[in-house]
Design a protein around this ligand. Sequence first.
Ligand code: PGA
Length: 265
Amino acid sequence: MKDFYKPSNIKSTKEDVVKVYASQEEASQYTANRIAAIVKEKQAKGENAIMGLATGSTPKGVYQELIRLHKYEGLSFRNMITFNLDEYYPMMPIEEQSYVSFMKSNLFDHIDIVKGNIHIPDGTLSIEGIQEYCELYEQKIADFGGLDIQLLGIGRTGHIGFNEPGSGDLSKTRLVTLNDLTREDASADFGGKEKVPTQAITMGIKTITDAKEVILLALSKRKAEIIQKAIEGVVSAEVPATFLQKLQNIEYILDEEAASLLRKG
Ligand code: PGA
């Protein structure tokens, strides 16, 4: 790790709220180890680890490292219960772009997670059923005692999950409309922006910030501008990730490129 500091506007007592790593691999490895540590700690107590997971290009290296820990270091995930942040709407699970497909190919198919322990918002619901489903998603998280850790990426709009600009800090799991920039960023996956769904089901800001620990992972130069706003900017629904500044239990894990516009502390 090259550098760390505590921006003065982050209300945390921890010295290491922002960790900057020299490479994407090191940042991913640190994040995977944090997740693995919770899984092991809970195993030792005979408890489940309740994990909030993310999709996108950012966490891929984290999942690769978790798979490696499973395959070569004997780490079991049988006590892991997962809740994914979001899913496009509408979306069939079998479609290549679904977050169900993403999670299977990038993690779940390669570890010993119990299939019944996986929760990903359902993109196949009828519009009328969505609200009740979202309330149930929240209830399930609560029934497990809440999320032990929530892993997040960040979108260039400042979204966490699919909480786009305008999302309030009390928002819960719900149907949302995707921001134009978000759809543009997803266009390569769908073969054109017009094919990207306009809506999604996402955990809310409150669902995320209620987690016992939160990790926001951001890698590459593409994220430098939004990371500067998220960490050093004014807390506002205009950049939903700024709501994380209020947390005591937040870690921003960055590579040097994503951190490059931060004021040096
Ligand atoms: P990305 O997406 O990891 O593909 O950049 C992050 C996000 O939109 O949360």
